[in-house]
Design a protein around this ligand. Structure first.
Ligand SMILES: [Zn+2]
Length: 387
């Protein structure tokens, strides 16, 4: 049932067996960098051919063979995924600039997940793993969306949840976390400080499971990429435009498209375009300056709080996704993000400011061809500047 062959480090290339990773309180390479799972793609191919894979409706667990799960009867699911891929000609009008007419702009509306953000995909797998490992509670650092998501899935699974919240987190999101019955711990510092505290907590509490942007989450988040290809009848778009916070989402989408080529469903990978806000753009800086490391931004000050990750855990992975796909990284201002939020909302698609950053980037760049833009979190989560 599990087709993971090994986990490999992004920075130093060291390989780990799945069992070695499962025993680590903080699932990360000895060198401190993030890990990526490699699978037995021949076994996955057989599953896809044997089942009604190509005919089944897109949904998160349709792609279970690409996730490290041991027992499908024990998964924790709240119906995540299967989110709409929306097309509205008015939203695409300003983006046909570079390629003339014939371009398509589609919005992958991740706000339609159970807690209102794409985070539910990763949470579903993480909480499944927490149960599999027999843990009593889960802990994480979050600026809000991941905290609300993990809180919901933990509550659904009957696990306790502790969320370390940095000072930048929005009040409404903290309320959402509390509504699910999770405990919030206010951290005096930014998101990086909150991560350190959550990790320290799990290291000293062996019945606790660390959730966050570690391998389980990125493996679960891949399903957004599978769904995009599936919803386009397995045609690969020219561009996928993704906001970068910790970098996990953009990496997972790249990885999904790469794995589809490895099992022979598709032949190419879309150009992956990463977008950050000007006041917190460490990955864009690294891309522009051709750096090998990410230089952290301390105490980022932006209205796009959900992606204000100054020291992104998966920053190197994000950079690799952009570079290896032939894409690019670009920045937008807070103002451009808010204008994009308003334009989407006035066409019926309500997202929070961070959730509009990718659309802002696509408009700014005037990308042509088939462009898929990630809209990551619901507008009700952060109504900055409305009313
Ligand atoms: Zn390493």
């Amino acid at each position: 049932m599990v087709y993971v062959t090994y986990f490999r480090c992004f920075r130093c290339g060291e390989k780990y067996k799945p069992r070695e990773i499962e025993n680590l309180p903080i699932p990360r390479c000895r060198c401190g960098s993030a890990l990526d799972a490699e699978y037995d793609y021949n076994s996955i191919k057989e599953i896809i051919l044997r089942d009604d894979f190509m005919r089944d409706k897109p949904s998160h667990w349709k792609y279970w063979a690409f996730m490290p799960v041991k027992d499908l009867s024990k998964i924790i699911t709240m119906g995540e995924g299967g989110t709409p891929l929306l097309e509205n000609k008015r939203l695409g009008s300003s983006n046909s600039g570079s390629s003339g007419s014939g371009g398509r702009l589609l919005i992958k509306y991740e706000a339609a997940n159970p807690t209102g953000s794409f985070k539910d995909r990763g949470s579903s797998l993480e909480v499944t793993k927490a149960k599999e490992f027999g843990k009593q509670n889960v802990a994480l650092a979050s600026t809000g969306n991941m905290g609300a998501s993990v809180a919901a899935y933990s509550a659904f699974a009957g696990l306790e949840c502790k969320v370390f919240v940095p000072d930048i987190a929005g009040k409404e999101k903290i309320k959402q976390i509390k509504a699910y019955g999770a405990k919030t711990i206010a951290v005096d510092g930014d998101y990086s400080v909150a991560i350190r505290q959550a990790e320290e907590y799990v290291v000293s509490n062996s019945d606790s499971f660390l959730t966050g942007d570690y391998p389980w989450r990125s493996e679960g988040t891949k399903t957004v990429g599978f769904e995009i290809a599936d919803q386009l009848y397995w045609h690969v778009p020219d561009y996928v435009v993704v906001p970068i916070g910790n970098g996990t989402l953009i990496w997972s989408i790249y990885e999904a498209f790469r794995e589809l080529t490895l099992v022979g469903i598709t032949e190419t990978i879309p150009k992956i375009v990463g977008v950050q806000v000007e006041k917190c753009a460490p990955v864009v800086d690294a891309w522009e300056n051709e750096l090998k490391e990410i230089i952290p931004v301390r105490n980022p000050d932006t209205i796009a709080t959900a992606i204000a990750c100054g020291d992104p855990i998966d920053g190197l992975a994000a950079l690799k996704a952009v570079r290896d796909s032939g894409g690019e990284a670009l920045r937008v201002s807070d103002r451009e993000a808010l204008d994009a939020r308003d334009k989407l909302a006035r066409n019926g698609i309500f997202v929070e400011p961070s959730g509009a950053v990718a659309y802002a980037g696509a408009v700014k760049k005037g990308l042509g061809g088939t462009v898929v833009v990630l809209a990551t979190g619901h507008g009700l989560k952060d109504m900055y500047g409305i009313g």
